[in-house]
Design a protein around this ligand. Sequence first.
Ligand code: IPM
Ligand code: MN
Length: 356
Amino acid sequence: MNYNLAVVAGDGIGPEVMEQNIRVLDKVGKKFGHTFKYEHVLGGGCAIDKFGEPLPQNTIDVCKASDSVLLGAVGGWQWDTLPGDKRPERALLGLRGALGLYANLRPATLHEALKDACPLKPELVEGGVDIMVVRELTGGMYFGEKGRKQTDMGEAAYDVEQYSVKEVERITRTAFEIARKRKKHVTNVDKQNVLESSRLWRSVVLDVAKDYPDVELDHLYVDNASMQLIMRPTTFDVIVTGNIFGDILSDEASQMTGSIGMLPSASLGEGSLGMYEPVHGSAPDIAGQNIANPIATILSGAMLLKYSFGLQDESKIIEDAVAKVLNKGYRTGDIMSEGMKKLGCKEMADAILEEI
Ligand code: IPM
Ligand code: MN
């Protein structure tokens, strides 16, 4: 098969980890008889520098016309003082909105070989951590009405947290469908003791759950969830939650894997077009030094093959190669520990390619 991929490599370490991702995809393509064509487009700070805006229309058009989108990372200190709608992050939010990517899948898996890199006590992660955070991605206060107004306390600003039944329904279905292919356990996270939007959220989750009697469902308030994640991480399977809670909890879950440099993500909508990116940011402080960890981006490539193109074997060969390389003791700086072999960004990809 031939696949057309839009590539938004972005800023900082984005381009260098993307380069390694493409090498891995090409090798897998060669092995299984697929061709990937890449169209590189600008998004984020580099687009601001070239076109004066973070998300040019051409980038949106190319992404929409593609079979799927690969994204590196956006942002950097150069653009930190720009107003909200001109910042590099607009590229991410704009693409999520324009492509209708409402379901963000963030798997947090602790590799056996990285047990020492996990900051939790060994007994807390005994048996393995394997959590899939399903974060709603195009609603809530990220996309709700926002503005400024005068109040009797002076100037105020607001971002409205709003969810419709339909928005909650579709993300809940995504979570249950995924749970069916895993350990059949969904934990819904909300704040229904306080928020009206969460009360609607909870009632829709309970409704949708009736269609999935084979999947166990429980509920946690977000504050409690952040505690339970630390205390009993091995008991979670799928977590479904709104945009802002998911943003926060997925960072927390990421730490259990040893490094945010290990975490891939998939953003999906109604069709097969998705956007695949590492959970980490652009890390401008280490950009261009060939020391970034490319694994999160390479695993995002594996998610692309699985979720957009249904290529299970192709996806698995990448995941297995990463596991083998880690088992052999190869590490980038962020996951380095005593007695291991330290590799650069490109050399880590070389080692993964070798296993494919
Ligand atoms: C993420 C990031 C983004 C978000 C930012 C960069 C807009 O933190 O993908 O989690 O908040 O969604
Ligand atoms: Mn985030």
